[in-house]
Design a binder for this molecule. Sequence first.
Ligand code: HEC
Length: 180
Amino acid sequence: MMYSKILRFGLLLSATILLTSQSSSQDASKQIDITADLFKCLTEMSKSGSGSFFVDNLLGNKAATETVAASATGGQYPPGSVISLIPTEVMVKHNPGWNAGTNDWEFIELNVSAEGSEIVHRGTTDVINRFGGNCFGCHKLARPEWDFVCGTDHGCAPLPIDRATILGIQNGDPRCVKEN
Ligand code: HEC
């Protein structure tokens, strides 16, 4: 009796470990190099079509990223896409096949200051923001056509801060302070 319980627990545990490692496995050959200095002042990026977040593209394909961000029906973001709502939280799209579980998105938590950006956490399903929230846990609720982008009506639970507060945080990005 006891042994079978232990056995079942053991099986459950290995299945969980297997699933977790599968969903967060990353194919290095599909990875775009990311360094902290790639993350710029938010207002130097382009505003998304909806106007709520900012977009860029590390592979020089910004127009394609802007098109998806402006679409009223969603779409899959192209590789190289960088999107950000508040300075410290960024999503980057790697090349197809990098990570199936996140549709190739990497979630990144930054520290930002007048000196620039510093990467605090990065990864797929296990990145936690400064408020203790799991990026993937919230963003996976976006309906598939929105490619993990929450917006205001894509299926994610709303953030506990209003639009004015978000605008204030965007406009207060310390990286925008020009050095003299
Ligand atoms: C509590 C749930 C939650 C957590 C945790 C969370 N987000 Fe979000 N995120 C949202 C919601 C909801 C929005 C849309 C907010 C809006 O526009 O009003 C959003 C917006 C964004 C956007 C702009 C594009 C979009 O999806 O609308 C990016 C980029 C982003 N978050 C990245 C991250 C990263 C990176 C992390 C972790 C470091 C993270 N988020 C953690 C819920 C969350």
